[in-house]
Design a binder for this molecule. Structure first.
Ligand SMILES: N[C@@H](CCC(=O)N[C@@H](CS)C(=O)NCC(=O)O)C(=O)O
Length: 199
């Protein structure tokens, strides 16, 4: 069975695990500590980042968007529509959701890895304002939630889970449509919601 190297709090990892579950691809989740840079991680991804999917043949696939494309191929298009316009829409939503995580992670790492007196507030503000702009856009234009969802919907759910984990109380105000979107997603896909980022 393919392995997914992951950490429970990682939003990109949550997306990949949810995508595998939705696509019906069984994967073995293996927790790795990126700070410790264990050989299992470094040997499979020189960047030392998660998630990484390791196939039964020992081939490693990263990053998370390469993995969702791979899962889509092996599942016969369970994650992206075949229609070109709709497919671009799904890929764009995935990029936007992941892009929010890129900003949030830059924010979290700035505070985590720098001594307090060296934390650059203007950098934190810039990253947060990018995430806020994207969240405002999504709150104004929440994606439809059809019966058949895409990797874009799944990425957004994972991102909102990361916001709940690290920025609870800081993102929801004036974005009630997005908060409702998450609730409806969880009602429709409880088995995926279970895989959202956890502390
Ligand atoms: N673009 C990558 C981002 C992956 C990423 O930054 N993962 C974080 C965890 S959420 C990580 O591995 N951080 C450890 C590090 O950067 O050393 C993806 O989509 O997979």
């Amino acid at each position: 069975m393919p392995k997914v190297l992951y950490s429970p709090s990682s939003p990109y990892s949550a997306k990949v695990r949810m995508a595998a579950a939705y696509a019906g691809v069984a994967v073995e989740p293996v927790i790795v500590d990126t700070n410790a840079e264990p050989p299992l991680l470094i040997d499979n991804n020189p960047l030392g980042k998660i998630p990484v999917l390791v196939t039964d043949d020992g081939e490693s696939i990263f990053d998370s968007r390469a993995i969702t494309q791979y899962l889509n191929r092996i599942s016969g298009n369970a994650l992206f529509p075949r229609n070109a316009v709709k497919r671009t829409e799904a890929e764009r939503l995935e990029a936007l959701a992941d892009g929010i995580c890129d900003c949030l992670l830059a924010h979290v790492y700035e505070r985590r890895f720098r001594p307090e007196e060296k934390v650059e507030q203007s950098w934190l503000d810039k990253q947060w304002s990018k995430a806020e702009r994207a969240l405002d856009y999504l709150a104004a234009n929440p994606p439809k939630l059809p019966r058949k969802i895409t990797a874009g919907h799944i990425a957004l759910r994972a991102t909102l889970g990361y916001l709940d984990l690290r920025f609870a109380g800081k993102w929801e105000k004036k974005r009630s449509k997005l908060v409702r979107w998450k609730k409806r997603f969880d009602e429709k896909f409880p088995e995926l919601a279970e895989l959202a980022p956890k502390g």
